[in-house]
Structure formats: C-alpha cells, structure tokens
Design a protein. Structure first.
Length: 134
C-alpha cells in the first residue's frame, strides 16, 4: 500500500527491457488489473523511492513522442515531473533517454531498449485497503 490508501504498488524484480509493451504486459501478467506505476504526486514518488529495493526500476512514464512532455505510457495522460523529483535535481532532456526509472535517489531517464532491474506496477484498491470487487 502507499500513503494513498486507494493505490497499491508492487515491485517486480527481474531483468526487463523497457518500453510500454513489455512493462504493461508484465504488470498485467502479475495482475490483470494492474498497470505500470504512474506516480503523480511528490508523496507517491517519495513512497516508491523509500520502498524500492535495489535500483533502477521502470515506472510507467515516458516522453517517447515529444521530448520533455512526460506521459503515462498506458493512458497518455500528461504528468509534471518537477526537477526536485529527479536524482540530480534536473529534468532530463536527452532525446535518446525516454523511459523513466525510479530508484532511491529519484527519477532517472534511460533508453527504452535498455535492460533494468525490474519495474513497478500499480493498481487501485478500495478505501478499506481491499481490491474493489468487479
């Protein structure tokens, strides 16, 4: 669970190549209702940072279409990623590093075709901490 009782995260620790197809597929293999983690608040980023073991886990954010416009790779929703969320306090503007990873120091952009230690999945839960019944 996160500090938001309606969101749960699961770290999946195995080598994975980035990109939306592989990360979305892997999250849904774990739980058909889950999707790549899409932290939208500082509290969500901080929660994931303090609960990640290891380093460099993909999250569901990328700027594949337009450099510097970060989106949820599942829905296309835009998210603001302030410099303070990044590992070095500066937003990455590299045109070749479009997939986001998160580790204990913050967000870090990597190439989508690279292999990382894993990824973080997210799913919504009811306010009582249980998954909603469908």
């Amino acid at each position: 669970m996160s500090d938001d009782p309606t969101i749960a995260y699961k770290q999946r620790s195995f080598s994975i190549i980035g990109g939306n197809v592989s990360i979305i597929s892997s999250c849904q293999a774990y739980d058909p209702e889950s999707f790549p983690a899409f932290p939208q608040t500082l509290q969500q980023v901080q929660y994931i940072k303090t609960h990640v073991t290891g380093s460099y886990y993909f999250v569901g954010i990328w700027d594949e279409e337009t450099e510097g416009v970060f989106k949820d790779m599942t829905t296309g929703e835009i998210v603001d990623l302030p410099p303070s969320w990044w590992w070095n306090g500066a937003v990455d503007t590299s045109t070749s590093y479009n997939c986001m990873t998160l580790y204990s120091s913050g967000l870090y952009a990597v190439g989508c075709g690279t292999s990382q230690n894993g990824h973080i999945c997210q799913y919504n839960v009811a306010e009582n901490g249980r998954r909603p019944s469908a």
